[in-house]
Design a protein around this ligand. Structure first.
Ligand code: AMP
Length: 193
């Protein structure tokens, strides 16, 4: 894996453990030589992760719509700040740059981002794996809700199982790497889309 897209909160949350997690993820990705693709924010867990990855010498690519940059929400020190025109373009660019996607703790923005890439993978629009870093069981209630949706017949068991879930980053990267290795190679001249 060359680059990982990380979706995470633009705030810090109440529990300091979340910022500690974001910092450790930034450091560990840099240590492994995995570039970070994220929303480009300087606040909250987004900023904490970017700062720690940069401090550890990692590559950090931020992607942010111009209107948010104008509101001074962008991190000024990232390796590359890609300024785009809309949230739609932002997500498309992040999806293009990254080899896989993960969600760290976050709110509606994080949920929207991780669910979009999950549903696009389900539909076959891309083959990049998607995971939830379930540190401290943060995502466990949401994953329980998804299981309930699957039990109701609106989500297949295979789609649910396809989500990479682990309580720590090394475990999650192992599952994502496994998924990446099992991506079917297109026959000559054939597109997967
Ligand atoms: P959330 O999980 O709701 O905090 O959402 C994270 C996403 O919210 C980011 O990807 C941004 O699109 C957006 N966002 C909201 N407020 C900010 C902010 N102050 N700085 C950067 N991004 C923000």
């Amino acid at each position: 894996m060359r680059r990982l897209a990380v979706f995470l909160a633009s705030s810090n949350g109440h529990d300091p453990a979340h910022a500690e997690l974001a910092a450790s993820v930034g450091t560990e990705l840099a240590r492994r030589g995995i570039g970070v693709v994220y929303g480009g924010g300087r606040r909250g867990l987004m900023g904490v992760m970017a700062d720690s990855a940069l401090k550890a010498g990692g590559e950090v690519i931020g992607v942010m719509p111009r209107s948010m940059v104008e509101r001074e929400w962008a991190h000024e020190e990232v390796t590359e700040l890609v300024i785009c025109d809309s949230m739609h373009e932002r997500k498309a660019l992040m999806a293009e740059y990254a080899d896989a996607f993960v969600a760290l703790p976050g709110g509606l923005g994080t949920l929207e981002e991780i669910f979009e890439v999950s549903s696009w993978r389900q539909l076959g629009f891309h083959t990049k794996p998607v995971g939830f870093l379930d540190a401290g069981g943060f995502w466990t209630p949401l994953l329980g809700a998804l299981r309930g949706i699957a039990d109701s017949g609106f989500l297949s068991a295979s789609t649910l199982e396809d989500l990479a879930i682990a309580p720590d980053l090394p475990g999650l990267l192992d599952v994502l790497d496994e998924r990446l290795r099992s991506i079917p190679q297109p026959a000559h001249g054939e597109s997967l889309r």
